[in-house]
Design a protein. Structure first.
Length: 555
């Protein structure tokens, strides 16, 4: 069982004839969609177009072998490719040999980060990126991708005297290609529309010799399978400049994986093992570096198509790799005749759905703080382009600052009895106090080093000017943790209260919290513990009755 934990492919089902038909059909469907997309995304990353095919050959196979979710479609994605381009801009010329070397190291570093987190069971670190940050970053990236592809899509350029020029037939072809892909995606998503589009346009370009009529074509691609080996030498300066982008790529690409893995988990009914998937995704990136490609990720659209096509195990990705290998061996001459406007259309059509207004409306309605985080991420990502990873960093830092700020201002309420007999915030519900001589409060927070000082200040504020108080009841059902600082603060607070002649009643504390407090306050006569809310209320009523009796005797 231990070896199967780290080698999940040992749990794959046997390949029967019936399963072979289903898995091969799914692999064929995804392969026909992945090949043209990977070529287009390679251009988005500034890489030689053939490396997109390399990234669709070995990495999906490796990811399936070592991932807990083997049906995910791994390969180039628009978001990761844009991050690659942004990380390498200014370090080398796009498409050059040095650019390819740096992209390989970027894949290697991001893969090492993911594998390390997976083996150390630290997948929870991926939760540090909140949904608003990821949403805003994705939408900013979508805008940048569309902007970067417009010149190729519309065949825009600069003529003599810096006058803008364009080629209307190519522009019409690009826009028509976008419309065709979107229509097929909506009406018949199972059809390999992108593959058919490339096949038809390449055939038309060859038959009517579009290259002689001003239509820019992909051109000849180097044939053969990728040579395996480590990327070239990397200087220390370049290494340091790649560390932060590699971490961001590891983070963002796994967010893409998480979205697809949750869909797979819902369909399969199995719990998602994110630590094992971190290992699988990291191994895929390492294999991408070894075959001269760039960082890969999980494609949500191709993963959904794989599930829709009937994939039941990782065998579908094995057959997808076989399909890509066959196309790499015999299909490159066809790709040479594909118009560049069509490749740009493939990229634009794939990211148009990433930009929607609905998440912004939801943030406006639910949380202005999260809206601020999202807007900051969006603006910084777009303004920092091509170094877009600063957008993620800005959103992450602001999210953590807001989180700490919320922790430093905990919710501590004074209680009153609601007509339904429950205890609620008496100021919100406009309820009378439980007792004239007893203060009843409930901290809805843990008492750790961040929150305990704020709790002390709030308690002193509650007691200020209350000369009639005889006791303080602290309902601690919402306290999950108390640390050393919290105990020190409570010791200081309780000592001050008892010198004022007040009794302190601890109500409903969880066992671990109560045990920690008992070690400190068990010998304090003024501090008493009540296990249940009802027990505390009875004690409060008894104290109120004694007070009224004493007041009556004095009068």
């Amino acid at each position: 069982m231990a070896i199967q934990r780290y080698l999940p492919f040992l749990n794959w089902p046997r390949l029967t004839l019936k399963r072979f038909e289903r898995e091969f059909l799914a692999g064929l469907t995804v392969g026909l969609m992945a090949l043209p997309q990977s070529v287009a995304y390679a251009g988005l990353a500034g890489m030689p177009l053939v490396t997109g095919i390399y990234a669709t050959l070995l990495p999906p196979l490796v990811a399936s072998l070592f991932s807990a979710t083997p049906r995910l479609a791994v390969g180039p994605t628009a978001l990761t490719c844009l991050l690659v381009f942004g990380a390498l801009s200014g370090l080398a010329e796009p498409g050059s040999a040095q650019w390819v070397v740096l992209a390989g190291w970027l894949a290697l570093l991001s893969g090492v980060f993911q594998i390390s987190l997976g083996f150390l069971r630290q997948g929870w670190l991926m939760d540090l990126v909140s949904a608003p940050v990821l949403m805003a970053f994705t939408q900013a990236a979508a805008l940048l991708i569309i902007t970067s592809q417009l010149p190729a899509l519309l065949t825009l350029g600069w003529g003599s005297g810096m006058a803008p020029v364009w080629h209307p037939p190519s522009a019409v072809l690009g826009l028509a290609a976008v419309g065709f892909i979107l229509a097929c995606k909506k009406l018949r998503p199972s059809i390999p529309a992108v593959f058919l589009l490339l096949l038809v346009t390449a055939g038309a370009a060859w038959w009517w010799e579009w290259d002689t009529r001003g239509v820019a074509l992909v051109g000849a691609l180097p044939g053969g399978f990728p040579p395996l080996g480590l990327p070239g030498r990397l200087s220390l300066q370049h290494f340091l400049e790649l560390v932060l982008p590699a971490m961001v790529i590891a983070l963002v690409s796994f967010m893409e994986t998480a979205a697809s893995a949750r869909l797979d988990s819902v369909q399969s009914g199995e719990r998602w093992n994110r630590d094992q998937d971190l290992i699988g995704q990291g191994a895929a990136k390492l294999s991408a570096a070894l075959c001269g490609a760039f960082p890969t990720s999980t494609s949500f659209s191709r993963s959904a198509l794989n599930l829709f096509a009937g994939a039941q195990s990782g065998w579908s990705n094995v057959f997808c790799a076989v399909v890509v290998a066959v196309l790499l061996a015999v299909g490159l001459p066809v790709l040479a005749w594909v118009p560049k406007a069509v490749l740009a259309a493939v990229v634009v059509a794939s990211v148009l759905g990433m930009f929607t207004l609905q998440p912004w409306k939801r943030l406006w309605q639910t949380s202005r703080r999260d809206l601020l985080v999202a807007l900051t991420t969006l603006v910084v990502t777009y303004a920092a382009a091509p170094s877009m990873y600063w957008g993620i960093c800005a959103g992450l830092v602001l999210s953590l600052l807001i989180f700490v700020r919320r922790r430093l201002t905990p919710r501590i309420v004074e209680l009153g009895r609601h007509p339904d007999l429950s205890l609620r915030d008496r100021h919100i519900w406009k309820l009378p106090p439980l007792s004239e001589t007893c203060l009843a409060v409930r901290p809805d927070c843990s008492l750790d080093y961040l929150i305990a000082p704020a709790f002390e200040r709030r308690m002193l504020a509650f007691c200020e000017g209350r000369d009639d108080l005889r006791s303080v009841f602290i309902f601690m059902q919402g306290v999950n943790l108390i640390d050393v600082t919290g105990l020190e603060v409570l010791t200081r607070l309780f000592d001050r209260l008892r010198r004022q002649g007040l009794q302190i009643h601890i109500v409903g504390a969880k066992l671990e919290v109560e045990q920690s407090m008992q070690r400190v306050f068990s010998r304090w006569e003024e501090v008493r513990f009540h296990r249940t809310e009802q027990e505390a209320l009875l004690a409060m009523e008894a104290m109120q009755a004694d007070h009224e009796k004493s007041a009556g005797e004095k009068s």
